[in-house]
Write a new protein. Structure first.
Length: 487
């Protein structure tokens, strides 16, 4: 497998390029992202799907530059897929032959079911694990759905229903009433298996809607991947968007590049949410491109990461740990402390895993800081813990590492993010356990430790002792009535 891989997605509404770099067998991170607003399907849907000369020329130019980016980043593998506009076009061979002849690029046209499958692979692997859900990916020419249950993709479906397609066939001609019946008739044929209370939203339309809702809610962190909202709270808003004028759409903070198709996309999304019986929407920034990449690197593991593998944590460890064994040691100590102190702190077990991850990353957290500015590490971690974590968990993890040694700032930060955090008492216990685990590893030596609780005293016996550990413990702020004896 090439270390750097470029993924090119030729959609009806835009062309995009992402470049991923592998750091180990399954871990990877994004190093480049480029998007072109070229609509290769522009003007096609009202002409029996035929691609127009101007649109093909623009798409060719964008692809040429994408290949330049890939070459300069030394990508050793390029995977290029095309979706609805190309697969529907009677004259697609004209474009494919030109690209192959002049750019030496092989474009793979994927069918609708494959497109839905790739979206499901991305959601299944890169969101926090969900028992069951249905993905909805609204594109320019088509809409894809997949149903996932217990880590298996059970069904996929593609509908000839997209934003650019509706814009050209109905909205541009003022046929707004006709479009409602058209959408309803097509979605009414979606099989029962796709009905689900949990919807994972993929694609530009749904992401733009989620971003607008985040702003409306004054959400405390700017992180779209994994953001969720209750359908009943925003269904009236989604229903009203197709009838809004440009001024009203701008007030909702939709990007200018999305204004001409957000109405069409919202009309599709509203009808699907009603038909599927949706209760919660979870936004995913991972879609077809990520699914294509994951399908490649996970081809020998049935399209899924190994059990208990966390791609975000592993990627950070691969890139920044000076000693992976040392990181694992601090994690073991922290989890041991959590278990020993369970009768004292009564912290729900759901926070044990997050504490372990924070401890594992603690030896490398200084690498993210410049002149001890912990804000750098905080924002870096929020961005790099995007995959497989809920917002609550990644925020907690980032704050634990940011404020582990800054007691005076904790109350202020807690108020800022309170809606996503556990109670303050739980936070203080997690800070204490994390700091104590770091103290035990003050000399960076991996040594046997025995930890026990005798009444209100934590007994710590280190195989070879540590003066730095003793100094560190003396500075700790201990929970009420608790003592520490280092032996």
């Amino acid at each position: 497998m090439a270390k750097r891989t470029a993924i090119i997605d030729i959609g009806s509404n835009s062309l995009s390029l992402v470049v991923y770099e592998k750091s180990s067998r399954y871990a990877f991170h994004l190093i480049e992202k480029v998007r072109s607003r070229v609509r290769i399907g522009e003007g096609a849907y009202e002409r029996d799907g035929h691609l127009q000369e101007e649109a093909m020329d623009k798409a060719f130019g964008a692809l040429k530059d994408f290949l330049s980016v890939s070459e300069n980043l030394k990508c050793r593998k390029i995977l290029c897929v095309a979706t609805s506009a190309l697969r529907d076009a009677p004259n697609k061979k004209v474009f494919l032959k030109r690209v192959s002849r002049e750019l030496k690029l092989n474009i793979k046209i994927i069918d609708g079911k494959q497109e839905a499958y790739f979206g499901a692979v991305a959601a299944m692997n890169l969101l926090e694990p969900l028992e069951s859900f249905t993905t909805i990916d609204i594109g320019g020419g088509s809409t894809e759905l997949s149903f996932v249950q217990e880590g298996k993709i059970l069904e996929t479906l593609s509908l000839d229903l997209g934003t650019v397609r509706l814009k050209e066939l109905f909205f541009d001609k003022g046929l707004n009433q006709d479009v409602k019946s058209y959408i309803k008739d097509i979605i009414g044929q979606v099989p029962e298996i796709f009905k689900s209370t949990t919807i994972v939203g993929i694609g530009g339309t749904i992401r733009s809607l989620s971003a607008a809702i985040m702003i409306k809610e004054q959400y405390p962190i700017n992180s779209l991947h994994g953001f969720d909202y209750r359908v009943k709270d925003y269904l009236p808003l989604i229903e009203s968007i197709p009838t809004m004028d440009t001024k009203a759409l701008k007030k909702l903070d939709f990007p200018s590049t999305r204004l001409d198709t957000i109405g069409e996309g919202s009309a599709i999304f509203y009808t699907l949410l009603k038909h599927l019986g949706a209760e919660v929407v979870i936004s995913s920034k991972a879609g077809v491109r990520e699914g294509v990449y994951l399908n490649d690197i996970l081809r020998n593991s049935q399209g899924k990461f190994p059990h208990n593998f966390n791609v975000s944590i592993k990627s950070l460890i691969d890139r920044y740990a000076l000693s992976e064994k040392n990181c694992a040691y601090v994690q073991r100590v922290a989890l041991n402390l959590f278990d020993v102190l369970q009768e004292k702190h009564h912290i729900p077990l759901e926070y044990r895993e997050v504490l372990g991850f924070a401890a594992k990353l603690s030896p490398i957290s200084k690498v993210f800081n410049i002149y001890s500015n912990s804000d750098n590490s905080f924002h870096f971690l929020l961005e790099n813990l995007n995959f497989t974590f809920s917002h609550e968990k990644k925020l907690l993890l980032a704050l634990l590492l940011k404020l582990s040694s800054k007691e005076k700032q904790r109350h202020r930060e807690f108020k800022k993010y309170e809606m996503l955090l556990p109670e303050l008492e739980v936070l203080e216990w997690l800070y204490f356990i994390l700091n104590l685990a770091v103290c035990i590893n003050s000399n960076k030596k991996i040594q046997k430790s025995e930890i026990s609780l005798e009444k209100n005293t934590i007994m710590i016996a280190l195989q070879e002792g540590s003066y730095l550990c003793k100094e560190c413990i003396e500075k700790l702020q201990l929970p009420t009535s608790l003592k520490i004896v280092l032996m």
